[in-house]
Design a binder for this molecule. Structure first.
Ligand SMILES: C[S@@+](CC[C@H](N)C(=O)[O-])C[C@H]1O[C@@H](n2cnc3c(N)ncnc32)[C@H](O)[C@@H]1O
Length: 210
């Protein structure tokens, strides 16, 4: 399919998509919010008062949802390489998450306290070539796992988008090394043809606590 044809198909699907319509009606910035909402409704992993890190947050629908879920006593720290329109109550840090300075600044924003949830919907710019896109995405997932291991409370949750392909099984295995429970989810809002799935990991194994 040519680039022009696939853009047309994307536009047609976007206009008719029920998740796009619902997001618009509910004031969310992206249909992506329904991927998070489906798994939260099932697994109840963001609670009032929680501290949450949201990686790859732009345009901000997951952060909008997370701040509602944690309420005034909680905290949401969001990061993206792109800027976002401010969201009430969100501590936003713009910068490339793969850079050490950004990584350290994120941890500083938690005031060196452990967090309850690390979310990552990070996706690299997709070139359409799986041999390029999948390794890039795996690298971002590995970094997100690293920040999760370092910043989560023992009972914390790590929720991350992963693309199925080379390195997928190894990434799941790494998560199983660090966490007691690991489950894979394909929310309804995630397009069937997309290779993305969401991994939810919970309870750091005591020997792996940092
Ligand atoms: C699918 S979007 C996230 C959508 C978001 N969860 C929402 O609900 O609005 C993926 C994001 O990952 C970000 N991203 C990609 N590489 C990044 C990096 N190295 N550092 C920070 N953000 C990055 C992109 O800029 C993009 O906004």
């Amino acid at each position: 399919m040519s680039k022009k044809d696939s853009s047309r198909r994307w536009m047609r699907e976007h206009i008719n998509d029920k998740f796009v319509k619902n997001a618009k009606k509910a004031g969310y910035r992206s249909r992506a919010v329904y991927k998070l909402i489906e798994v939260i409704n099932k697994e109840k992993f963001i609670k009032p008062g929680n501290k949450v890190i949201d990686l790859g947050a732009a345009p901000g629908s997951w952060s909008q949802m997370a701040i509602k879920a944690v309420g005034k006593s909680g905290q949401v720290i969001a990061n993206d390489i792109l800027n976002i329109k401010p969201i009430d109550g969100i501590d936003f840090l713009q910068g490339d998450f793969t850079e050490n300075s950004v990584y350290e600044a994120l941890l500083n924003l938690t005031m060196n306290q452990k967090v309850n949830v690390v979310l990552s919907d990070i996706a690299p710019n997709i070139s359409g070539q799986p041999s390029v896109d999948i390794p890039k995405s795996m690298y971002l997932c590995e970094l997100a796992l690293d920040i999760a291991i370092k910043s989560l409370t023992p009972s914390g949750y790590f929720f991350v988008k992963v693309f199925q392909g080379d390195g997928f099984d190894m990434f799941v295995e790494s998560c199983r090394t660090y966490f007691s429970y690991v489950t894979i989810h394909k929310p309804k809002a995630s397009r069937t043809r997309s290779k993305e799935v969401y991994l939810l990991a919970n309870k750091l194994k005591p020997a792996k606590l940092m």
